[in-house]
Design a binder for this molecule. Structure first.
Ligand SMILES: Cc1cc2nc3c(=O)[nH]c(=O)nc-3n(C[C@H](O)[C@H](O)[C@H](O)COP(=O)(O)O)c2cc1C
Length: 327
């Protein structure tokens, strides 16, 4: 019998499949459905810092000021119908309904006063927090060092307020991923979730409008995650979690082979249904049995950069080979 258990940020997961932050985890009932389907943990749908700031202002103002009304109007126009209190209730109710770890998610761009809200998330029983740091630099003269420091500041401000672990979900667009990963760890991240998948923008050329396209990922999108987990494995002193494009058991095995502690999935659940979790777990178990592995640690990281025979050539060699063989 194989054992799929894994420890992630000090949390005990019965298996490495985590349902990532999305509408499937937007309610306690949704969380229960994920747990019943076999998930090892769930990340709740994100609460946006704008929602927290609006609540903070509401508390500060005994009367609803013009500013507050405008802020609420903005929030509702964005479709954010929930306030921060309701989010805390979802955490509490989820914890009552399931016995798997429940990770709260905060989507943020600033290191503002909202970071204090992390205390309440811990107080109502969340097992951890995942920060979706959605900073998208658009200024032409913005100093990269300053941008990175801003990201590290967000992490340390949140971490300063809580004792539970804080994971950081990052996008792939940095000049130096190793430097950002190390800095995030130093700022207090217990884990890095690689990578966030940004809103896919497109244009409808008939209506001449901006559209969102490809809401769900495809399996072809997984390779960047595979590369960076492989390169960062055992280099930065925190757990790494694969995210984006992981649709089946084979993809999970690949992530574990390069060193992931766990994976986060959601598109495959929208496309194939919640039963996909069980199918993926069975695929992993079958492969482990075939290979004679009993635990995930028996093979985790075996195909990482660190464990490759010539690490100094690993990336460059693959790259040249791929280009030479292209035509
Ligand atoms: C409908 C939908 C809603 C999502 N909402 C959030 C969210 O609130 N917060 C977040 O961090 N990620 C959100 N995501 C991104 C997913 O958590 C995940 O990072 C991304 O979809 C890549 O994983 P996948 O390839 O398994 O879909 C959402 C994704 C989808 C499809």
């Amino acid at each position: 019998m194989v054992n799929l258990a894994t420890k992630y940020m000090g949390l005990n997961l019965k298996n490495p499949i985590i349902v990532s932050s999305c509408s499937l985890t937007h309610s306690a009932e949704g969380v229960k459905r994920c747990a019943d389907a076999g998930a090892g943990a769930v990340v709740l749908k994100s609460l946006f810092e704008e929602q927290i700031n609006a609540d903070v202002k509401a508390l500060a103002d005994s009367t609803v000021s013009q500013f507050h009304a405008e802020e609420w109007d903005y929030i509702q126009r964005m479709g954010l119908d929930m306030n921060a209190d309701e989010y805390l209730k979802i955490i509490e109710e989820s914890k009552e309904k399931v016995d798997i770890p429940v990770i709260a998610s905060l989507n943020c761009i600033s290191s503002d006063r909202w970071t204090e809200f992390a205390k309440y998330i811990e107080a109502v029983g969340a097992d951890a927090i995942e920060l979706n740091i959605a900073v998208m630099p658009r200024q032409f003269d913005e100093d990269p060092d300053k941008i990175e420091k801003h990201i590290f500041n967000i992490i340390s401000n949140v971490k300063h307020n809580v004792n539970i672990p804080v994971a950081v979900k990052l996008g792939p667009y940095f000049t130096s991923m190793p430097r950002v990963a190390k800095g995030a760890r130093k700022a207090g991240a217990s884990a890095l979730v690689l990578f966030n998948r940004f809103y896919q923008t497109d244009i409808d050329i008939n209506k001449l409008t901006h559209e969102s396209k490809n809401k769900y990922s495809s399996p072809a999108e997984m390779s960047n995650t595979l590369r960076w987990i492989s390169l960062l494995y055992q280099e930065i002193g925190c757990s790494l979690v694969g995210n984006t494009g992981i649709h089946d058991g084979e993809a999970v095995i690949k992530q574990l082979l390069v060193g992931a502690k766990a994976v986060e999935i959601c598109s495959t659940l929208f496309v194939n249904g919640m039963s996909q979790i069980n199918i993926m777990l069975e695929e992993i178990q079958k492969w482990m049995l075939d290979k004679g592995y009993e635990t995930l640690d028996d093979f985790r990281g075996n195909m990482s950069h660190k464990n490759s025979k010539q690490p100094e050539y690993f990336e460059r060699q693959q790259y040249i080979r791929a280009l030479v063989g292209l035509d």
